[in-house]
Design a protein. Sequence first.
Length: 274
Amino acid sequence: MDGIKMLKTPRFKKPVFLAAWPGMGEVAFRAASYLVEKLKAEEFADLEAQDFFYLTGSIIQDGILSLPNLPQGKFYHWKNKTGKNDLIIFLSDAQPDLSRAEAYCKKIIQAAKSFRAKTCVTLASMPQPIDHLQHPGLWFSATSALVSQELKKYNLSPLSMGQVSGMNGLFLGMAKREGLEGFCLLAEIPLYTVQIENPKAAYAVLNAINKILDLHVDLGGLVEQAHEMELEINRLLDYLKLGAAAAAGPIQEEEVEKIKKSLAQLTKLPLSVK
């Protein structure tokens, strides 16, 4: 297949196709990476990056300048030994430039169809004025009324209006146009944590995926990561002397801006300084 480098040629049984890339809260990327790790999914193909990504600068490490590698897009396969749906996971290091996003989605969808997938899944975050200690709400958007009705059995909240922005929405919309069914799961994240990883939200979407696809993946590792992240945010809130406000209810807009600025500074610091 043009643009796809096949490393192996697995035999798929009614595969569900899950696509993920970095985004707000790293919800999709963290969840998909966790699935690959826990299921021991096997890489079987690569998407050739040069058609969709380009270099914008050099990196310096240990005082030496060099060109970075282009973002990687890899296809993983997990064979379901119970005889139910196999799982194909496409995991990318980055999202392409908007000018190339449509072609990027089209190439991945062509691959999904060639692998005989009938259902596509994306994962996303939904920034909301909630507290980081709250359990995130989980929403979904489906490509058909039939899929929507099925998902309601899992106590998920349907999005009746609005949009799913970025690659998650574009990919699913294009998949529907190509005759595939699918859905996007969206986990709520606090407005003031959009710039940092949110393992609690990743846990929420994977907990739902476990039930929907009957996977039985152990999510204990994400629970531990979520607890550690809560502690880090609590320390930052204490530092900003906003702990009392956070405990009293949703953090106000002006406080959100202060925290976002602080987190932005935190994420830009070198690891040694952190």
